[in-house]
Write a protein that binds this ligand. Sequence first.
Ligand code: BYC
Ligand code: FE
Ligand code: FE
Length: 471
Amino acid sequence: MNIDYNETIPNNVGLADDRRLLRALERWQPAYLQWWDDLGPVESSDHEVYLRTAISVDAKGWAHYGHVRMPEYRWGIFLTPPEENRQIAFGQHKDEPVWTDVPGEYRTELRRLIVTQGDTEPASVEQQRHLGATCPSLYDLRNLFQVNVEEGRHLWAMVYLLHAHFGRDGREEAEEMLERHAGDPDKPRILEAFNEQTEDWLSFFMFTYFQDRDGKFQLAALAESGFDPLSRTCRFMLTEEAHHMFVGETGVMRIVQRTCELMRQHDTEDVRPYGGIDLATIQKWINFHYSICLDLFGSERSTNAANYYSMGLKGRYQETKIDDDHVLADAHMMVPRVDGDHITSEESAALTAINLKLREDYAKDSQRGVNRFNKAIAEMDIDATLTLPDPMFNRNIGIFRDINATPEGRLIGDDEWQARRYEWLPSPDDYAFVRSLMVPVTEPGKMAGWIAPPKRGIHGRPLDYDYVLFH
Ligand code: BYC
Ligand code: FE
Ligand code: FE
């Protein structure tokens, strides 16, 4: 299924045959471009960036690579091809044919899921807009912009669903996607972690490691949806998402490597005087980003999540590979419980614990990359490990929101939390230090001193390739 680039909106959904829909999207397009200009990557509109663009939805060779100005990027609408006779895999409509139109009785819930998903995409672009000014290399600058244009496309993916399937209120929601802004006190983004700032590259790599990974898990759960257009669009988004996580994991890995090199070279843990980011600081960034991302899964017990599941709108991670009845009427799961000054757990209906299940799958996936960081540290003969903080640490949503705990999971009082939280989370001084390292490096092939070079370039290009051309 190839994509027609002669269209103003590249797509594989037959837009040319639906004039009403095409006109509605063509009306939204200038507002999107204006938003990109106002709140996308700063002072970047003249750069020519070596970007990949989707030209087909086939797993093999979907991408074309070439230098493009970002405002001219071909944002489009791409769904994976429909699976013949696909059936709903879970919930009370299990085994019924999937819906190609919105089921009227679930319209509100479905719209809400799509809006929440869509809202995060432009939010991340807004959060990252200043990073270009302090890139550690051209290679990294290009990766930042690649992630940004694809998050922009993810917004298109959700806006298409709203326009195509939700009539007037869908169009209104699409407009509001460009009116809420990350960190705006009056019109903030919907989910809390999407209102934080991402002002340094350590934060960017943590963001793409942890927050884009929430994207991976949420998209995977929505890819199971009985609403087939949502499922198909999420399936294609997941192929793009893999690169975002590659950027995050290799970015953190390269910082860890550089830190370990400096530790060995100078025989000290305190590599700050040598322009490196000490492991203790990296750990604080992990503590912060992981804990705010756990909040993105919602409450451990959630009737919303139970409803989404029973209605067949949002499944579990890899739903069809799970060996159970996919209805969960009688299934149970242990859910933590705060009992005065200690934590116990209690049996809860698995249906209401759907968010917790997804969060636990996310935690396992997050841990795997951390293990790889630790392996690299050990291979450099350094006796240190990075860890994910306990799920009780620094939480604002769910069971643990009203308690304080250390990263090891020891409950503490408010006084101790106030006195010690900057032992665990980035302090203003830590931010100031990391920001002091953020000076732009834009000579092809050169790297900032706090990060190791990548193993290889993009799409077979050498490391000193002109990944971004400035004009
Ligand atoms: N912040 O039943 P509950 C991505 C609200 S990332 C603020 O516990 P539910 C990306 C909730 O709305 C993936 N509010 O939770 C990554 C509800 O409000 P009401 C994004 C929150 O609904 C990087 C109340 O609290 N996609 O793609 O089961 C770069 C009780 O809710 C939060 C999705 O999230 C929060 N953290 O689950 C770019 C998928 N958590 O009803 C992109 C779609 C909860 O009291 N969204 N609340 O008004 C969902 O599936 C669900 O909305 C959530 C929340 C999992 C987020
Ligand atoms: Fe995305
Ligand atoms: Fe992403």
